[in-house]
Ligand binder design. Structure first.
Ligand code: ADP
Length: 547
């Protein structure tokens, strides 16, 4: 019922909020009394000889992975790690890295992943900001860890994971109690909007999210569940990619970044590895589809493909279901600050509407769409998306100011904190949210309010357009222009209908009010991407300034 009163906080009772904004997500169920470590250790007892983790030819059982994680935990405890001490893991994506992360959790520490290919000053900034005093390394990353430690002026304790594994330290579970409200991990944002911030989340939010991944990906087949671990270790989605299968007795398959470039090889691994669940960013879905359209093949046990990180375009969904009507697509939406995803759109066919929503709230997540005074906007009107509930993380480590801006008291639920995403969206009648772009991309040009995301979505609808992004240039002298970038060659267009800048302009002029049609259009071979695989808008703004 979308005609009920809903504007302004005083009009809404808790029950009404539940009915209008939350009811469809199902009743609240506390899933947080047991942490991820508890669930993992249950599986170790139940299926010790089942395969837990695979990386190329390396294959570890639950018993083996657990033993290695326990050794790391004991070594950390012996080195003096206490509950909520930050432990950086500067390691490549290998099975040792997963054991190290599990070891940090088991020791009660806070897991901070760092990529060994990051520059030392960036690593040092993360160590300093998080007051990290313990670092786990491997031979290839020990020098970086030491150098970064020196730059901070307070050299942390550096422990080598291979040395820990070769030492005589116990492989029995350390049994350090972990409280649900205890901090679990920190991910530094990529800095796509300003300087990197260290978002810290708790075990309760982490395990709630993991349960929802298991539910919505229907991971009910225990040891038969196989999930690929493809994301960078510094992207928070890498966490559930290994943790979700380990919750149910399934296995994680680590896929190297290089191996993803060999699309046929990656598909071989999916088939031969019995992979059931894959998660990728939209730009990679596009790469996969382009390959599969030319070389169609069955995909073995694959049941669900989850897409995340940026808007999923409708056209990709159409192309997917044209090839694989029996494999679901899950559009997962969320932010690092709220323990990863907070909304899922589970698609088993092309949606009736001509765009893809970000779906419904995950269980125990409260979702609001707010105006700038943090009052609920009328259902269906655009506003900022905010989340409260178990998903909300601690905030940015040692950064009170930016924490205070984004993490505010929930105006609708006393004593609860709410995270303002900076994203715009609107409720659709059936409890789904339509994503409308980022707040920092919402602009006023000649007095008109413009949602950049809307222009991008329209441009993506032009035949042959593979990627599209719109940025604003010239913000200083008052003369602000919309600049559109796109790439073509998605295979949908005949050569004579390839999207040119003129075609793009004419197309948008036919669909949008004149003030929303970008002033400049540039076609690129490919749009630049961030290290997490999202369109790099900062790079495009710089590029716009030079073209
Ligand atoms: P980073 O800040 O490093 O890019 P996050 O994953 O925390 O990493 O980014 C969260 C933001 O990414 C969201 O606030 C939203 O703008 C965007 N995003 C994530 N998932 C989706 C999605 N499914 N559709 C549209 N945008 C998304």
């Amino acid at each position: 019922d979308t005609s009920a009163p809903h504007h302004g906080r005083s009009l809404l009772s808790e029950e009404e909020i539940d009915t209008h904004l939350y009811g469809l997500a199902g009743p609240r169920v506390d899933l947080t009394d047991r942490t991820f470590v508890d669930h993992f250790e249950d599986r170790v007892r139940e299926v010790p000889d089942a395969v837990a983790a695979v990386h190329g030819p390396v294959r570890w059982t639950y018993r083996e992975l657990d033993g290695r994680a326990n050794r790391v935990a004991h070594a950390l405890l012996d080195a003096g790690v206490r509950t909520e001490d930050v432990v950086a893991v500067v390691m490549d994506r290998t099975l040792d890295w997963i054991a190290a992360a599990l070891g940090v959790f088991k020791a009660g520490g806070v897991y901070l992943p760092v990529r060994p290919d990051f520059p030392a000053d960036r690593v040092a900034a993360q160590f300093s900001r998080s007051e990290c005093a313990f670092v786990l390394t491997e031979p290839g990353s020990a020098t970086l860890a030491r150098k970064a430690g020196e730059l901070t002026g307070r050299a942390p304790t550096v422990l080598s994971v291979p040395e820990i594994q070769a030492s005589g330290v116990s492989d029995a579970a350390p049994r350090v109690p972990i409280a649900p409200g205890q901090a679990a991990y920190i991910y530094f944002t990529s800095g796509s909007t300003g300087a990197p911030k260290g978002a810290m989340c708790e075990h309760a939010g982490m395990v709630n999210h993991l349960h929802m991944k298991l539910d919505d990906m229907e991971m009910t087949n225990g040891t038969a569940e196989v999930v690929t671990q493809t994301a960078s270790q510094c992207f928070d989605i890498s966490l559930w990619q290994f943790a979700a299968p380990l919750m149910v007795g399934g296995s994680v398959r680590v896929v190297d970044t290089d191996a993803l470039l060999d699309v046929a090889g990656f598909l071989d691994e999916i088939v031969t590895g019995g992979v059931t669940v894959v998660q990728i960013v939209p730009s990679y879905l596009e790469v996969l589809l382009t390959h599969l359209e030319q070389h169609p093949r069955p995909l073995g046990a694959l049941r669900t493909v989850s897409v995340t990180g940026e808007a999923l375009k409708y056209e990709l969904v159409q192309r997917w279901f044209a090839l694989y009507p029996e494999i679901k697509l899950v559009n997962a939406y969320g932010a690092t600050e709220v323990s990863d995803d907070t909304m899922h759109e589970v698609l088993d066919r092309v949606p009736d509407r001509d765009f893809v929503t970000v779906g419904r709230s995950l269980r125990n997540v409260n979702t609001y769409v707010l105006d700038q005074d943090l009052a609920l906007v009328p259902l269906g009107s655009p506003g900022e998306i905010a989340f409260s509930g178990v998903c909300v993380g601690r905030g940015y480590i040692n950064d009170e100011e930016r924490t205070r801006e984004a993490f505010v008291p929930d105006p609708f639920r006393d004593g609860t904190r709410m995270y303002r995403t900076g994203d715009f969206g609107r409720w659709l009648p059936e409890g789904r949210i339509e994503y409308l772009g980022r707040r920092d991309e919402q602009v006023k040009i000649r007095g008109f309010r413009i949602e950049i995301g809307e222009i991008e979505n329209k441009l993506l609808a032009l035949t042959g357009v593979r990627e599209a992004a719109v940025v604003i240039d010239g913000t200083d002298d008052g003369q602000r222009n919309l600049v559109a970038f796109f790439s073509g060659g998605d295979g949908g267009a005949r050569p004579d209908a390839e999207p040119t800048t003129e075609r793009a302009r004419d197309f948008l002029a036919g669909l949008l009010p004149e003030y929303m049609v970008p002033t400049y259009f540039h076609r690129l071979d490919r749009l630049p991407l961030t290290e997490n695989g999202k369109v790099d808008k900062k790079a495009l703004i710089r590029l716009a300034g030079t073209l």
